[in-house]
Design a protein around this ligand. Structure first.
Ligand code: ADP
Length: 172
C-alpha cells in the first residue's frame, strides 16, 4: 500500500485512524471548535495528560493518547492566528510537518488533519488549504520510504470543495 491523501467530510472525533490532529491553542488545555469536540469525545483523561505537557509553541506539535476516541493518538498542533503576515504560512506549514514527523516517530500509518487555523484563528480557507496540501505532499515525497495515509477531514462542504480542488493540483 502506497502513501495517499484523501479528503473527507466528517467529524474528526469519529475517525478510526492511528492519530487525529487537534487544532489546539498554546495552553493545550482545551478550547472551542475542533479542540473542544476532541476533548469532549476523549474524556477528562486527555486534559489530565495535556496538563503535564507544559503547553506548546505556535507551529509545534505534541502527542498524547486518544483515550475514549477511536484514534490511538491525538497530535496537538498549534496553528497561527491569522495576521496577514508572511510568517503565517511558515507557521502553518510547520504545524503539518511537525505533526507528520511526530506521527512517524510514533509508528502512525493513518492520520487525519482538520483545517488548522481556519476557524476561530481566521486563516482564509483557500490560502490555508494550499499550505496544508503542499506541505503534506512535500512531506510524503521526502518520506517515500514510509507509508502514510493522510486524510484531510473537513467539517463543512465549502472547505471540502476547496480541499478537493487543491489536492487535484500538482504541488507548487
Ligand atoms: P482554529 O482555532 O485553529 O481556527 P477551529 O477549531 O476554530 O480551530 O477550526 C478549525 C477547523 O476545524 C474549522 O474548519 C472547523 O470548521 C473545523 N472543525 C470544527 N469541529 C470539527 C470536528 N468535530 N471535526 C473536524 N473539523 C472540525
Amino acid at each position: 500500500m502506497n502513501s495517499c491523501i484523501t479528503v473527507l467530510l466528517a467529524d474528526i472525533t469519529t475517525l478510526h485512524c492511528d492519530a487525529i490532529v487537534n487544532a489546539a491553542n498554546r495552553s493545550l488545555l482545551g478550547g472551542g471548535g475542533v479542540d473542544g469536540a476532541i476533548h469532549r469525545a476523549a474524556g477528562a483523561e486527555l486534559l489530565e495528560e495535556c496538563r503535564t505537557l507544559g503547553g506548546c509553541r505556535t507551529g509545534e506539535a505534541k502527542i498524547t493518547k486518544g483515550y475514549r476516541l477511536p484514534a490511538k493518538f491525538v497530535i496537538h498542533a498549534v496553528g497561527p492566528v491569522y495576521s496577514g503576515a508572511r510568517e503565517d504560512a511558515v507557521l502553518l506549514a510547520d504545524c503539518y510537518r511537525n505533526s507528520l514527523d511526530l506521527a512517524r516517530e510514533n509508528g502512525v500509518r493513518t492520520i487525519a488533519f482538520p483545517a488548522i487555523s481556519t476557524g476561530v484563528y481566521g486563516y482564509p480557507v483557500r490560502e490555508a488549504t494550499k499550505v496544508a496540501v503542499d506541505t503534506v505532499k512535500k512531506w510524503l515525497a521526502d518520506n517515500s520510504d514510509y507509508t502514510m495515509e493522510v486524510t484531510f477531514c473537513c467539517f463543512d462542504e465549502r472547505t471540502r470543495k476547496v480541499y478537493e480542488e487543491q489536492t487535484a493540483r500538482i504541488i507548487g
